[in-house]
Design a protein around this ligand. Structure first.
Ligand SMILES: Nc1ncnc2c1ncn2[C@@H]1O[C@H](COP(=O)(O)OP(=O)(O)OP(=O)(O)O)[C@@H](O)[C@H]1O
Ligand SMILES: [Mg+2]
Length: 325
């Protein structure tokens, strides 16, 4: 078997607050195989974006910081890599689609100028004319109509779906081996969402790139992912190929997420089951099982951290005796 494209081992990341350093990501480990899609799923605030941004050192500075662990990309340790090398990997071999396109795009710069600058930064031998032609080609590839005209637009002149297409065009412009897509379709209506997911799938085949698909939507996971990690409270509670996550989930949290999905056999207007309780804040998290904490348990299960262990081939779970039965 070939080595994975990305190997993340016990990644820890957090933020400096008046209460000291708080861990938003607490020893997260996973691998991404070449050309495949790994889903990172979990409710809001469970640490999906912080995990993704930590990989390429993009946490907001100075408050955010990677505090521990290893990140190997193509065998190279990204942690501690000098900013210049990391910069060339970011936007080069690793492309990113950010959760909020309006914050990722410069609002006062025409999209063409932003694309041309990005292309020349990563391909210094490229002339401005070549970069312009390549930008038009990329915009056309991601389905922007009349790209030679729209390239002169400012981001606010584009619809949400079109902005997301521009973000994708920028992210794939250097033919990345890995694309990090942070909630790429959350802000879009369902029809546009399906178009964007199809586009990503086509581009994945064309470029042979791997994707980290971050989403809280299990429908998106089912449609796009090969493997899945389920996060809760800054930790991975379950990790498996997508069919096992859907057909043989082992952790109570994964089961809770799946139970809150609507099915066609539900009678109309049936209330969906919800996961009880609320996610604790970073400063309140227990050492032990955080899902037990959410359910209001106070015993030994919230006092010692359950071991994240393998229960079957490719199937890993945070082995809390209360949550895994
Ligand atoms: N800049 C920051 N300063 C302090 N805490 C932060 C910062 N960014 C994120 N956090 C905290 O880190 C935790 C994880 O946040 P993260 O953004 O990774 O969640 P997420 O899983 O991506 O959620 P969502 O689905 O809403 O995007 C949360 O508790 C969040 O409040
Ligand atoms: Mg997020």
């Amino acid at each position: 078997m070939s080595t994975p494209l990305l190997e993340v081992n016990e990644l820890v990341a957090g933020f400096q607050t008046p209460d000291g350093w708080l861990r938003a990501v607490d020893k997260v480990s996973f691998t991404v195989r070449r050309g495949e899609t790994l889903g990172i799923v979990g409710e809001s605030g469970c640490g999906k974006s912080v995990t993704a941004m930590s990989l390429i050192d993009l946490l907001p500075k100075p408050a955010g910081k990677v505090l521990g662990g290893d990140v190997h990309f193509e065998g190279h340790q990204l942690r501690g890599m000098d900013e210049k090398s990391l910069h060339s990997i970011r936007g080069g071999e690793i492309g990113v689609i950010f959760q909020e396109p309006m914050t990722a795009l410069n609002p006062v710069m025409r999209i063409g100028k932003q694309m041309i600058e990005g292309l020349i930064r990563h391909n210094p031998e490229m002339t401005k004319q070549e970069a312009l032609e390549e930008s038009v080609r990329l915009l056309k590839r991601v389905g922007i109509p009349a790209p030679e005209v729209r390239i002169n637009d400012y981001p606010h002149q584009l619809s949400g779906g079109m902005r997301q297409r521009v973000m994708i065009a920028m992210a794939i412009s250097c033919k990345p081996k890995l694309l990090i897509a942070d909630e790429p379709t959350t802000a879009l209506d369902v029809t546009v969402q399906a178009q964007i997911l199809n586009l990503l799938e086509e581009l994945q085949e064309e470029y042979g790139m791997a994707i980290i698909m971050i989403t809280h939507d299990l429908g998106v996971v089912a449609e796009t992912c090969d493997d899945v990690i389920v996060m809760y409270g800054g930790r991975v509670v379950e990790s498996a190929p997508v069919d096992l996550i859907f057909n043989s989930p082992r952790h109570a949290y994964t089961k809770g997420l799946l139970a809150s999905l609507p099915t066609l056999s539900d009678a109309p207007k049936t209330a969906l089951p919800t996961i009880p309780g609320q996610v604790a804040s970073l400063s309140e998290f227990v050492i032990g099982c955080r899902y037990c904490q959410r359910l209001g348990k106070t015993g030994v299960e919230v006092k010692t951290r359950p071991v994240f262990g393998r229960i079957a081939q490719d199937h890993w779970v945070e082995n809390c005796p209360e949550c895994v039965q």
